[in-house]
Write a protein that binds this ligand. Sequence first.
Ligand SMILES: C[C@@]1(CC(=O)O)c2cc3[nH]c(cc4nc(cc5[nH]c(cc(n2)[C@H]1CCC(=O)O)[C@@](C)(CC(=O)O)[C@@H]5CCC(=O)O)C(CC(=O)O)=C4CCC(=O)O)c(CCC(=O)O)c3CC(=O)O
Ligand SMILES: NC(=O)C1=CN([C@@H]2O[C@H](COP(=O)(O)OP(=O)(O)OC[C@H]3O[C@@H](n4cnc5c(N)ncnc54)[C@H](O)[C@@H]3O)[C@@H](O)[C@H]2O)C=CC1
Length: 216
Amino acid sequence: MTDRLYPVLLQLKNRTCVIIGGGGVAERKAMTLLQTGASVVVVSPELTERLQDLAQAGRIVWRKKAFTPEDVHGAFLIFAATNHPEVNLAVYEAKESGQLLNISDRPDLSTFTVPAQLHRGKLLLTVSTEGASPGLSRKLIEELAERYDEAYEIYLDFLAETRRLILEQVENPKRRRRLFRELLADEFLLDARRKDTDRLWERFMKLMREEGEEDT
Ligand SMILES: C[C@@]1(CC(=O)O)c2cc3[nH]c(cc4nc(cc5[nH]c(cc(n2)[C@H]1CCC(=O)O)[C@@](C)(CC(=O)O)[C@@H]5CCC(=O)O)C(CC(=O)O)=C4CCC(=O)O)c(CCC(=O)O)c3CC(=O)O
Ligand SMILES: NC(=O)C1=CN([C@@H]2O[C@H](COP(=O)(O)OP(=O)(O)OC[C@H]3O[C@@H](n4cnc5c(N)ncnc54)[C@H](O)[C@@H]3O)[C@@H](O)[C@H]2O)C=CC1
């Protein structure tokens, strides 16, 4: 296997992301980009209603025009999402070296494709089929959404916080590892599901006490 795609998670805060096209696909990309804190620019003579609202509210910048090569200037990520394959190819030609480009109808020419995604607080699940079936990616994410419910948001916040405390307070590496592993026991998730944060923290304190005793 030497043609695999490599998954990465990009930090986009305040980075300029330029979307060429203002239809349904552009809208979907804009919505997920906005959640990252990216600066979103949309180049298109027309926009969907939702994109128009975002432009009006100042959440995206709208360049109301047909694409010209200088539109990609300064972009960290570029999305070519017009309904004209020749325009999407012109974006490909305009791309400067080092810029990352997604072309909605040409995964073969794209530097990256976008997976289907599910966020549960700090937990992110993604599914990709290397372009074989975006519909299947979406379907699998819907299945995962049932299994990995909203409780994971509370659970991940708890794991993040306890991890911080353990790294701060527990020096013995063996003990640390044991604690991290024990925090993955089902009962913590079940408490999170009951939204019982008091109980979660009681359990954690008990665990810390017991672990401390084992070492002495
Ligand atoms: C290669 C890729 C490039 C990219 O966009 O990055 C690409 C390409 C294409 N998509 C097409 C169609 C559809 N795309 C979706 C949905 C999504 N498409 C997404 C990603 C990707 N789509 C990348 C690969 C991802 C992977 O590997 O799995 C998702 C996951 C993420 C996102 O877009 O944000 C998002 C889930 C949204 C969600 O979770 O809600 C649906 C279903 C729906 O809308 O319900 C359909 C109709 C059903 C079908 O066709 O299967 C077509 C044919 C267009 C035509 O008919 O002409 C092409 C072009 C081609 O295949 O060449
Ligand atoms: N990646 C994906 O998930 C999917 C990809 N597709 C592909 O994505 C493309 C776009 O799909 P939709 O958003 O549904 O199309 P759409 O027809 O709803 O929107 C196209 C947009 O492109 C704009 N546009 C047209 N010419 C332009 C130009 N010269 N410069 C700038 N903007 C221009 C139009 O104003 C319109 O806003 C199609 O090629 C389709 O094959 C379709 C469905 C899903």
